[in-house]
Design a protein around this ligand. Structure first.
Ligand code: AMP
Ligand code: GLY
Length: 422
């Protein structure tokens, strides 16, 4: 099979790395890919915004399956365009990708099909939103409806903060059209976890659970980032909880969408809050998580390309998916200034010293035969070991072998998981 991975970040590097091991993959492409992905795939420089160009290239090249990493091309309809050309695409069509692309859509679907999530109201009128905030009180959460690169959520500790967020989104348009509609919702309390699932339209096979670390500093302090590290499985997600999420969240969402005439096919990512009342949805994503993928895929036994192709054909079976009895920890190394900004061009040393770990490149470029920083999140260093404790230790041992100026690394990735195991 000829497979093309769409995207060029750490998640896509992990997808390409795993697909390259697949016995059913004869050749692997990455659009646009990255210098690091070129080690496992043929990179083709078509911008992600050129949906027709990507479809035409894949059609001409005889690509058997596209695997789409990022959300933006999915919410813009890349899968629909490719499917019209007869191409198999792992990733939801435009209608199904609204689960991530529109918070109002996702919340309304959850309400209709009784999926546990924070109580909410949606607004197109700022004054009505503010009245609701006064009535509910703080803490309260304000979310822009559309995509905002993970920045469209304000968890307001005071009413004033929430009112300011409404103005920022609806009057100052800091997220552009994404903030034309907003959701105001209950602030949930608990520990967060991610459960990703393979979905073929009907059959749902959950992956191993994971936990992200969204804040920049240790102890979950400081501003939100794309994610500073992840580990899998997450002990907070007991096997019973995974079952509960499957039956009360994933199943009603996929079936609910189908009764609305929408087939969800690809990876469905449930961002969860494990509250005193059980697991509730924080958000859905229509794609693999970054950096969850860099922790989850190294634990997958089985043929990722076969699983993904089965999703595209509606022939997914639970026994295609199995997991190593081990743990994985991925520690992100970010560049100076992240998340407010990023620093490009810092030389990365020590990559050749890495032992028993995978290094997935999130934001690097090649310059004069060396890798240099080229984004906010730069590298994800993943170790797999029999226990979480060992996986964490091995990941950090390898992080210490790598260096670039201004590097930012959290020192407590996985610590919450260890607490559960004590
Ligand atoms: P999102 O972009 O929807 O993942 O939200 C970013 C972060 O905001 C989440 O990872 C949570 O930590 C937090 N968050 C979002 N919604 C809520 C909520 N209803 N209650 C508490 N925290 C939330
Ligand atoms: N790790 C969070 C996300 O991928 O959205």
């Amino acid at each position: 099979m000829k497979v093309a991975v769409i995207g060029g970040g750490g998640r896509e590097h992990a997808l390409a790395w795993k697909l390259a091991q697949s016995p059913t993959v004869d050749s692997l492409y990455a659009i646009p890919g990255s210098a690091a992905m070129a080690e496992v795939a043929t990179c083709v420089n078509i911008p992600l915004s050129d949906l027709d160009g990507i479809a035409a290239y894949c059609k001409n090249e005889g690509i058997d399956m596209l695997v789409v990493g990022p959300e933006v091309p999915l919410t813009e309809g890349l899968a629909d365009i490719c499917q019209k050309q007869g191409l198999a695409v792992f990733g939801p069509n435009k209608a199904a990708a609204q689960m991530e692309g529109s918070k109002v859509f996702a919340k309304n679907l959850m309400k209709k099909y009784h999926v546990p999530t924070a109580a909410y109201e949606s607004f197109t009128d700022g004054e009505a939103a503010k009245a609701y905030i006064h009535q509910q009180g703080a803490p309260i959460v304000v979310k822009a409806d559309g995509l905002a690169a993970g920045k469209g959520v304000v968890v307001a500790q005071t009413e004033q903060e929430a009112l300011d967020a409404v103005d920022a989104m609806m009057k100052d348009h800091i997220f552009g059209a994404s903030g034309g509609r907003i959701v105001v919702e209950e602030c949930m309390v608990g520990e967060e976890a991610s459960l990703l699932a393979f979905v073929d339209g009907k059959t749902i096979v959950p992956m191993i659970s994971a936990q992200d670390h969204k804040r920049i500093f240790d102890g979950d302090k400081g501003p939100n980032t794309g994610g500073m590290g992840a580990y899998a499985p997450a002990p907070v997600m007991t096997p019973e909880l995974v079952k509960t999420v499957e039956t009360t969240i994933l199943r009603p969402v996929v079936d609910g969408l189908r009764s609305e005439g929408i087939t969800y096919q690809g990876c469905l990512y449930a961002g969860l809050m494990i509250t005193a009342d059980g697991p509730k949805v924080v958000e859905f994503n229509c794609r693999f998580g970054d950096p969850e993928t860099q922790a989850v895929l190294p634990l997958l036994d089985g043929d990722l390309a076969q699983i993904m192709y089965a999703c595209t054909q509606g022939t997914l079976q639970a026994d295609m998916v199995s997991w190593k009895q081990a743990s994985a920890c991925c520690v992100i190394m970010a560049s100076a200034g992240y998340p407010a900004s990023s620093h490009k061009g810092d030389v990365i040393t020590g990559l050749d010293q890495v032992q028993d770990a995978m290094v997935f490149h999130s934001g690097t470029a090649e310059k004069d035969g060396q890798y240099v920083t080229n984004g906010g999140r730069v590298l994800g260093v993943t170790a797999v070991a029999p226990t979480l404790k060992e996986a964490i230790a091995e990941a950090y041992q390898n992080v210490q072998r790598i260096h670039f100026d201004g590097q930012q690394v959290r020192s407590d990735i996985g610590a919450k998981g260890l607490k559960h195991l004590q």
